[in-house]
Design a protein around this ligand. Structure first.
Ligand code: NAP
Length: 353
């Protein structure tokens, strides 16, 4: 396999101790990405180590001179960190694969899902963005249908896992869930649950709750997550599709779910759509039944079920579930890096291919 023949790379992970960073480290191992040396970085506020290939590695704050040693760097920390470090490093020839939202809208930065638009990669554009974890499932599953029948409008409601908001939000959820579980008594019936007002990392308590807000609202009442879905879907597809979304945080640990209505330019039957999705790259189709976040969590694919006709022959309804930390973030970035390896554009620097 081409990936394994490549001489080992020096790989940096900025945010190695976070939700996405931990998945990245385990995927680099699982997929046998050719890592000669791994450099893990974090905020540096706490002394910590991460495990990679059976060894414990010390994690350091992200200093420029260590980063400049890398051949490729995965940025999985924050918009601010990516914005301050990635452009300069990319200009020096280092591939920067960024999972933050800092550069996704930038016209000169490719926003890439390899199953859709690997063609937008170029050896001259070394800063590459990965999309938002909510849009990924929709983009991957909807793309073959869009190519055949032209999606003109998307409506969706999301049911987003707490891990999508990072490790602090997930810890907050787990603390609330434990407190509730120990305070509720079996057999008491649906007594009102005391509202835990201590929500620091999400807009409201999340245990036993549903929060119709992901990100800040703009002056039209649209959340930042809803706006990202629209702009990123159109950039990924190279399209001009209207998107109406309501994004919702639910008390799920990992796995984002979407109820989606796709309206097409041309009629598309559920049976034709099923045949297309059955062979679409990255998609696992449930012929009967449906995926749930518990089933899809920890798995690589985008899972589709409940595919059926909507109001008429130009509308399909789908239920889509994908792991926000894997295909929604870490896996997609690694697949992009693997594509760069296959093309011979990512190699140890100074080593000509
Ligand atoms: N979670 C998801 O489902 C998901 C999906 C798609 C994209 N993303 C994006 O991926 C990024 C990471 O998300 P996450 O959920 O993994 O967040 P997280 O769990 O909160 O982890 C954040 C990571 O960034 C590190 N960090 C904080 N400040 C830093 C600094 N100044 N320099 C270097 N590292 C720093 C943290 O280190 P410490 O341990 O020292 O705090 C930690 O390793 C975000 O940009 C997010 O928008 C997340």
């Amino acid at each position: 396999m081409a990936l394994l023949k490549t001489k080992g790379l020096i790989v940096g992970v900025v945010g190695a101790t976070g939700m996405v960073g931990r998945e990245l480290l385990s995927l680099l191992e699982r997929r046998r990405f050719p890592v000669a040396e791994l450099l893990p970085f974090s905020s540096g506020l706490r002394r910590t180590k991460v495990r990679f290939k059976g060894r414990l590695l010390a994690v350091h704050s992200a200093d420029r001179s260590s980063l400049e040693r890398c051949d490729a760097i995965f940025f999985v920390s924050s918009d601010a960190v990516s914005a301050s470090l990635a452009p300069g490093l990319a200009r020096r020839g280092i591939w920067c694969l960024d999972d933050s939202s800092a550069f996704r809208p930038a016209p000169d930065v490719p926003l890439v899902i390899p199953e859709i638009n690997a063609s937008s990669l170029s050896p001259d554009r070394r800063l590459v963005a990965g999309p938002n974890c909510t849009v990924t499932g929709l983009a991957v599953a909807g793309y073959p249908l869009h190519r055949l029948a032209g999606v003109r409008r998307v409506r969706l409601a999301s049911y987003q896992a707490v891990s999508g908001a990072g490790k602090a939000a997930l810890d907050e959820f787990l603390v609330q869930a434990r407190a509730l579980a120990s305070s509720l008594k079996l057999g008491d019936g649906p007594a009102p649950i005391p509202v835990n007002k201590k929500a620091r990392f999400l807009p409201a308590p999340i245990a036993c709750n549903v929060i119709p807000q992901v990100g800040a609202f703009d002056s039209f009442g649209r959340s930042s997550e809803e706006s990202k879905i629209s702009s990123e879907l159109n950039k990924l597809w190279g399209a001009d599709v209207s998107v109406s979304a309501t994004t919702v945080r639910v008390p799920v640990v990992r796995g984002h779910s979407l109820a989606v209505w796709l309206e097409f330019e041309r009629p598309l039957s559920p049976s034709r759509a099923r045949r297309l999705l059955a062979k679409a790259p990255g998609v696992s189709l449930f012929d009967s039944g449906y995926p749930t976040p518990l089933q899809a969590g920890g798995k690589d694919g985008v899972f589709v079920g409940r595919l059926r006709q909507g109001v008429d022959s130009r509308e399909l309804c789908l239920w889509i579930v994908s792991d926000n930390l894997l295909k929604g973030a870490a896996l997609n970035s690694i697949q992009t890096a693997e594509e760069l390896l296959r093309r011979g554009w990512l190699s140890p620097r100074g080593f000509s291919v």
